[in-house]
Design a protein around this ligand. Structure first.
Ligand code: BES
Ligand code: MN
Ligand code: ZN
Length: 488
């Protein structure tokens, strides 16, 4: 997998600055405030930083913004990157500042003069997150960043603070790799094998094969995968770091490729459906983070891995399938497959684990993109307290999340003439009827959140903490929700 760049924390050593090759990074606070290291760089460059700090260009910079002074005289570095960041600036600004560094690492090394930075660990996190580069399928030699050193006061304390954040970055990278991977590589078998390998981290991982799923009665999930050469699977990952309390359950949609099936999608843009396992990828990234940082909580992650293909054996529009719960479903549109997968995995999660809460994640509907665009995940819930705890975790991590309404009138649209329900409810409010379909498989007593990440799992543009492509949306928020509410 893609591993985060390693960052060394070291005591400030001003005499080495002039000779540092590669990139040197300095911080300037509001009103042009400079610490000892920045003053040294200013002196070496004969006042370049002071001139910048007094320029209108600096006044226009927001916290975390940066400018590059290229090949400045007086230092050996190829660039001095000047970042505006004040001690009072928040976590988001510190991460943004780090991302500005991570975006531009040099093969010759990067020396970050963070002696006056209040949130140096968060800077290192932003740096690592933005330095992500998915180059598994590029044949050119990858540009490997040189050593990254953060000069800070009290490096041991900062390193200790940065350790759980490094676990978080590694979890996010795991998610991003899974989401970026094409479907000929990330088959259901390959996906399951990558999850099974997390056994080494102390997770208990079980793989349920098609015969097991048939025995459990998962007709809804199996119907989706029956047109594919890749076998359908459910993978169960348990992290038991807490006491005896029942676990939080995370359930992910893992459609490794969604052609739409017999209700086939148009050709244009279909290649994006390699990301239709984003929910499962996020669950996997959270589980990895929990294991890496040794979280003191009980969490179980379950993913339904299937491929939705048209074929002689594929399910047809009009087919009726029987879910593990026992409810029958008339499959009006084989492209509304994610909810069929989730229905069975959610039911199984509740029957087996009696979780104290359940959160499902899925790239479920195009309609959520129409409603919210790419900045916010659609949040649906049957429990205000649980939902608000999640929303505040997402806010604290700067991951966009927006609660959507639910109402019985939407549920009524799922009524079928010949079965207990249909799998679609019409175009209007498409993400809401999808949520209502899922809700039918959530027990009344289970606090539940459904996250429709169709718009946020993968972006065509760079974002603050990620290059274009998979974002890993949700790993941060879920990790924080668990840290703040579930740890013993
Ligand atoms: N995987 C898609 C949803 C999707 C769309 C994810 C765009 C990411 C980007 C899902 O399985 C799907 O096809 N949904 C249909 C539902 C419809 C048939 C009711 C959709 O949104 O069109
Ligand atoms: Mn679909
Ligand atoms: Zn899908």
């Amino acid at each position: 997998m893609t591993t985060p760049v390693s960052i060394r924390f070291a005591e400030p050593e001003l005499d080495g600055i002039a000779a540092a090759t590669g990139r040197v990074v300095v911080f300037v606070g509001a009103e042009g405030k400079m610490g000892p290291a920045a003053r040294r760089v200013d002196k070496l460059t004969r006042g370049a930083l002071k001139r910048l700090a007094e320029a209108d260009a600096f006044a226009a910079m927001k916290p975390g913004d940066s400018v590059d002074l290229a090949w400045p005289s007086g230092v050996a570095a190829e660039s001095v990157q000047v970042i505006r960041l004040d001690r009072r600036d928040d976590v988001a600004a510190a991460r943004k500042a780090g991302a500005a560094i991570g975006r531009a690492l040099s093969p010759l090394g990067t020396l970050v003069l963070a002696d006056t930075v209040a949130r140096a660990a968060e800077v290192s996190f932003g740096l690592a997150m933005r330095a992500y580069d998915f180059n598994a399928h590029k044949t050119a030699e990858p540009k490997v960043p040189g050593e990254v050193v953060l000069m800070v006061n009290g490096p041991e304390a900062v390193a200790a603070e940065a350790a759980p954040l490094a676990a978080l970055a590694e979890g996010v990278f795991f998610t991003r790799d899974l989401v970026n991977e094409p479907a000929n590589i990330l088959t259901t078998d390959d996906f399951a094998a990558r999850l099974a390998a997390m056994h080494e981290l102390g997770l208990e991982v079980e793989i349920l094969e098609e015969a097991d799923l048939a025995e459990l009665g998962m007709g809804a999930l199996l119907g989706v995968g029956q047109g594919s050469e890749s076998p359908s699977k459910v993978v169960v990952m348990q992290w038991n770091g807490g006491g005896e309390e029942p676990p939080l359950a995370l359930v992910g949609k893992g459609v490794v490729f969604d052609t739409g099936g017999i209700s086939i999608k148009p050709a244009a843009g279909m290649e994006q459906m390699t990301m239709d396992m984003g929910g499962a990828g996020t669950v996997a990234g959270v589980m990895r983070t929990l294991a890496l940082r040794g979280a003191k909580a009980n969490v179980v992650g379950l993913v339904g891995l299937v491929e939705n293909m048209p074929d002689g054996r594929a399910q047809r529009p009009g087919d009726v399938v029987r879910s593990m719960k026992g409810d029958t479903i008339e499959v009006i549109n084989t492209d509304a497959e994610g909810r069929l997968v989730l229905a069975d995995v959610i039911w199984y999660a509740q029957e087996r684990f009696q979780p104290s809460g359940l959160i499902d994640l899925a790239t479920l509907t195009g309609a959520i993109i129409v409603a919210l665009g790419h900045e916010h995940t659609g949040v649906f819930s049957n429990d205000d307290g649980f939902c608000n705890a999640f929303l505040s975790a997402a806010k604290a991590e700067d991951e966009g999340a927006w609660r959507m309404p639910m109402a019985d009138a939407h549920d009524a649209k799922l009524k079928s003439r010949i079965a207990d329900m249909m799998n679609v409810g019409g175009r209007e409010g498409g993400s809401i009827t999808a949520a209502h379909f899922i809700k039918r498989f959530v027990k009344d007593e289970t606090p539940w959140i459904h996250l429709d990440i169709a718009g946020t799992a993968l972006l065509k543009t760079d974002s603050t903490l990620a290059p274009k492509g998979a974002t890993g949306w949700g790993v941060l928020a879920l990790n924080r929700l668990i840290r703040d509410n579930y740890e013993v």
